[in-house]
Design a binder for this molecule. Structure first.
Ligand code: DX5
Ligand code: ZN
Length: 224
């Protein structure tokens, strides 16, 4: 099943509840929440209080993408705030195995994320521990950046690794996804599509979400 996960990073934070409702009406089934600490990435965004507020206004699963150092310290607070999925960067975790366990033990679905410069084989030992693998198709830190096409090859490799191992993780992509790139991501094997600027940047978030989902669903017919 193809899912669209609008990234609220590009939403109007003063009207978050309405914008979330609009994308849900447009067919979004997950909400992507970008957490940045000004250390792991050169930007600062939001923390557990915003996740707790979102929890009150939507039933959609909250997909919390932690772009922070020492994520173990904050996983309990995000889980308590209502995060359903929590993903951590391979590059930020010295003890990734322990961190993924920590997420599951707090009742959230664990995911692992890799930056554009990190090869997929770095994930070999954790593929059985995660519910989703998130492939960054931009360098994390900001919305509205240009899609890095090499991410597609990483998605194809992950699809093969999943088959070989009979693993169950789903594949998510994040960065530069819009009308021009969404079909290629789906054809490569992506199941969860994060989009920030393409949903909230201009026009109606509801219609943008609808259009992206239509393109994504049509592209599934072109998968080999
Ligand atoms: C980037 C974030 C993304 C970002 C995507 O660091 O992880 O989730 O919001 O934004 P777009 O879709 O505009 O590239
Ligand atoms: Zn993200």
């Amino acid at each position: 099943m193809i899912e669209l996960a609008p990234s609220i990073l590009s939403a109007d934070f003063a009207h978050l509840a309405e914008q979330v409702q609009a994308v849900a009406e447009g067919g979004a089934t997950v909400l992507h929440v970008d957490v940045m600490d000004g250390h792991f990435v050169p930007n600062i965004t939001i923390g557990p209080p915003v996740v707790a507020s979102l929890r009150k206004v939507t039933k959609l699963p909250l997909d919390v993408h932690l772009m922070i150092e020492n994520p173990d310290l904050y996983i309990p607070a995000f889980a308590d705030a209502g995060a359903n999925w929590i993903s951590v960067h391979q590059e930020a975790c010295t003890h990734l195995n322990r961190t993924l366990d920590h997420i599951r033990n707090h009742g959230a679905n664990p995911g692992v994320v890799i930056n554009p410069a990190t090869p997929v084989h770095m994930l070999e030992e954790v593929l059985d521990l995660v519910d989703h693998v998130l492939v960054m198709s931009v360098n994390p830190g900001f919305g509205g950046q240009k899609f890095i096409p090499a991410a597609l090859e990483k998605v194809r490799k992950l699809v093969m690794m999943r088959e070989t191992r009979r693993a169950n993780f789903r594949i998510e992509i994040d960065g530069g996804i819009g009308p021009d790139t969404i079909a290629a991501a789906v054809i490569a094997g992506v199941e969860i599509l994060v989009a920030g600027n393409a949903v909230f940047g201009k026009g109606s978030p509801r219609e943008n979400a609808q259009r992206l989902l239509k393109l994504a669903t049509e592209a599934t017919l072109q998968r080999v």
